[in-house]
Design a protein around this ligand. Structure first.
Ligand SMILES: [Zn+2]
Length: 402
């Protein structure tokens, strides 16, 4: 995973220019502390889609960029799903770094990450230590207010939500700390990056479910409207390329949640804030480093495009193919007959076994090569014969062959 480590980070360092403060090697940090703000007040919007779009549009004049905090899920050294030698916490950090790069290249965003693969961003580490008491007081007051409003019947307590693992108390405190940091630093948007797991599952075997889902703040929270709109746009992009979670409730694609700290449990985060579960840890596209690299890049790219859609940005880097997986699109560009043939030979599950192993190996290598050299400005027009749904399905199948 060298590619995502030092090399990718070096690219980030080069492109991030002046707002990259400090000299931490694996994390990106940018923002000087601004005024301390109190957290969201119930029944008011702490952020709106309109406000965010206005800020975005004005960036060329104001130079005040959108502030995005990327939170790779779990701690640097523990927590998260594991399958064979694949650790969710590492995938989260890898994906965050790629997404950060797309966002920085765009020019409208300033990006901070809470941690890299090897440790916390020192700014966060220091914040957790220095602000320990303040964070605890913050959690207490937010929770008390929530309980009071529920008791008074002003806020409705959601039941029957999708199941989550409760974070252990020190981890939970850091998650609230991240929310408070985001409030203190007037972050516009927080994206928590995760991969999912199925229970029960034998450690060495894949589980039952697959696909991605996005958790957003429950509608009574102050950041819910803006987050829902952003999530809808990201969902649309991801759903073109990846299957939606097969787990009941998650299969809605965008799921409101009242309990997750990351989306603002007890109304604790002002910024639009979502958790993206990008897939299940044992899915085949994550298994081998080469294909995993492609998958993570594509997931990050589609997330970036979803944001661009939300902001109505004429897609500068997307090209009409809208994917980093050029080869697949090149294949779809062929004449109807060839396309039909290629899809038949390479994509359907039943047909792949008839393909000589050498061709399969070539395909994988070709995809890797294309990914390494993909040109973000490349414009390849597709004739769009496949419906989006078919395409998403074919893509999923395509990965399932490898
Ligand atoms: Zn996770």
């Amino acid at each position: 995973m060298q590619f995502f480590g030092t090399t990718m980070f070096a690219i980030l360092l080069l492109t991030m220019g002046t707002f990259l403060a400090g000299n931490s090697k694996e994390v990106v940090t940018f923002i000087e502390k601004t005024s301390s703000m109190s957290a969201s007040v119930f029944f008011t919007q702490s952020t709106t889609a309109t406000q965010l779009r206005t800020t975005f549009k004005a960036v060329p004049e104001t130079k005040k960029k959108l502030r995005i905090l990327l939170v790779p899920g779990h701690e640097p050294n523990f927590g998260g799903a594991e399958y064979l030698d694949i650790k969710e916490r590492d995938l989260n950090a890898d994906l965050a770094l790629i997404l950060a790069r797309y966002l920085v290249e765009d020019g409208h965003y300033e990006v901070a990450m809470t941690r890299g693969k090897d440790g916390w961003n020192p700014d966060f580490q220091n914040y957790f230590t220095a602000k320990d008491e303040e964070i605890k007081a913050f959690v207490r007051s937010q929770k008390m207010e929530m309980v009071r409003l529920i008791e008074e019947g002003k806020v409705f307590k959601m039941s029957k939500q999708a199941p989550h693992n409760a974070a252990q108390s020190d981890v939970a405190l850091r998650l609230f700390g991240i929310n408070k940091w985001a409030n203190d630093h007037q972050i516009d948007m927080v994206i928590h990056i995760h991969f999912n797991d199925s229970f029960p599952r034998k450690p060495t075997l894949p589980g039952e479910h697959n696909g991605f889902t996005i958790y957003t703040p429950e509608y009574q929270y102050s950041n819910s409207q803006a987050t829902a709109e952003i999530a809808k746009n990201i969902f649309k992009r991801l759903a073109r390329m990846f299957p939606v979670s097969s787990l009941p409730k998650e299969d809605q694609g965008v799921v409101e949640d009242q309990d997750l700290i990351a989306v603002g449990n007890s109304n604790s985060v002002d910024a639009a804030s979502m958790v993206i579960e990008y897939g299940y840890i044992y899915e085949p596209q994550l298994r081998t480093p080469d294909v995993r690299r492609l998958a993570l890049k594509e997931l990050a790219f589609q997330t970036y495009l979803g944001l661009a859609d939300f902001f109505g940005e004429a897609s500068l880097v997307a090209g009409s193919h809208g994917s980093t997986l050029l080869l697949l699109w090149q294949m779809l560009k062929y004449s109807r007959f060839k396309r039909h043939l290629l899809i038949k030979v390479f994509i359907p599950h039943q047909a792949i076994h008839a393909t000589p192993a050498r061709s399969r190996g070539f395909l994988v290598r070709a995809r890797v090569r294309h990914s390494m050299h993909f040109s973000i400005n490349s414009e390849s027009k597709t004739s769009g014969v496949l419906s989006e749904k078919r395409h998403a399905q074919n893509f999923a199948n395509f990965f399932n062959q490898t």
